[in-house]
Ligand binder design. Structure first.
Ligand SMILES: [Zn+2]
Length: 231
C-alpha cells in the first residue's frame, strides 16, 4: 500500500499495474482507494497523479463514508479483536517490507513497514473489501442454484455500503450487498442472499414470501437471529 500526504491526513491507496494507457483512480464504496497504472509507470509518477486528484479522492471518500453502517468503532490497535466470517481474530502487526494482511491461527496479521493506526486501518479496509468481493460471490454461486426451478433471472450482485441494511434488491434485479457482511458467517451471508433472491419471486414480506424462504432455507430464522446479534 502507498500513500500521499493531503493536508493533515494521508491518503492510502492500493496500486495495480495494468495494460492501459492512463492512470485511473477508483474510490470504493468502503472508502478505500485503488489506482490502476500503465505497466512500467514509476511510483513517483503515480504519486504525482494521486496528489493532483487528492481533493477529488477525499470528497468521494467523504461521500461514501456517510453511508457507513454504525457498527461499534474498532480500534486499530494491537490486540483489538476484528471479525471475519463470523469469527474473532486478534490484530497483530509485523514489520516487513511487503505489505499484506493474513489470517494466521487466531490472528489477523497486518504486515507493513511502519506501524501506525492510519496504515492498519487502510490496509484492513482494503483487505476486507477484497475478501468481501470474493466470499460474497462464492455465497451467491452457492445459493443461486437453489432457485433453479423458479425461473428467476440472474441478477448481478454489487457491493454497496448501506446504513442499516445488509442487502437490497432493485426492480432492475440488482442485488446490493453490504460489504460489512464479510464479518458474519457464510451461513448468515447465504441467508441475506436467499432473502434478496426470494424478493425476485415475492416482492413483499407476505406470508408467501416467508413460506418460500422456508422452502429454500428451512432454518433461515436461526441465521437471521445470529446476524442480528453479530455486530
Ligand atoms: Zn426483504
Amino acid at each position: 500500500m502507498f500513500y500521499v500526504e493531503y493536508g493533515e491526513q494521508q491518503i492510502f491507496f492500493d496500486l495495480e499495474f495494468r495494460e492501459r494507457k492512463t492512470v485511473a483512480i477508483e474510490v470504493n464504496p468502503d472508502a478505500t482507494v485503488v489506482v490502476k497504472a500503465p505497466l512500467g509507470t514509476s511510483i513517483e509518477a503515480v504519486r504525482a497523479v494521486v496528489e493532483k486528484r487528492s481533493r477529488w479522492i477525499v470528497k468521494n471518500q467523504a461521500y461514501f463514508e456517510q453511508f457507513l453502517p454504525q457498527t461499534p468503532p474498532r480500534e486499530y490497535v494491537i490486540g483489538e479483536t476484528h471479525l471475519y466470517l463470523g469469527r474473532k481474530y486478534q490484530l497483530k502487526f509485523v514489520v516487513q517490507e511487503k505489505e499484506e494482511v493474513k489470517i494466521i491461527g487466531g490472528h489477523l496479521v497486518v504486515y507493513g513497514r511502519e506501524q501506525s493506526s492510519a496504515y492498519i486501518k487502510a490496509a484492513l479496509g482494503a483487505w476486507y473489501y477484497k475478501r468481501a468481493l470474493k466470499k460474497l460471490d462464492e455465497a451467491y454461486k452457492q445459493v443461486y442454484p437453489l432457485f433453479k426451478s423458479y425461473g428467476i433471472g440472474q441478477p448481478s450482485v454489487k457491493l454497496m455500503r448501506m446504513k442499516n441494511r445488509w442487502g437490497s434488491c432493485t426492480v432492475t434485479d440488482i442485488i446490493r450487498l453490504n460489504p460489512e457482511l464479510i464479518k458474519v458467517s457464510m451461513k448468515c451471508i447465504e441467508y441475506v442472499l436467499i432473502h434478496e433472491l426470494c424478493h425476485l419471486i415475492e416482492k413483499n414480506h407476505s406470508r408467501r414470501f416467508y413460506e418460500l424462504m422456508s422452502v429454500i432455507m428451512p432454518d433461515w430464522q436461526r441465521w437471521k437471529l445470529k446476524l442480528e446479534k453479530s455486530l
